[in-house]
Design a protein. Sequence first.
Length: 82
Amino acid sequence: MHSLSRNASRLLTDSASRYPERTAIVFGDDRITYEALDAAANRVANLLVSRGIQPGDKVALSCPNSPASTSASSRPAPRSCR
């Protein structure tokens, strides 16, 4: 069982490490593994950092309800910035 103090980012990272090939998201007929979701979230985080966003900055997201939106909101900052 996960501690209530853990955030979504840590939960995703831990799940990707423990269960990389397990399904994290089902969207219609599409399935996305924890490993793929974690990689997508890291790409979004690294893009934000490359645009000058730093840990603690506030970022607003306007995304449709889709798996791509989930990866955008799952990682507050790349691991290298923590």
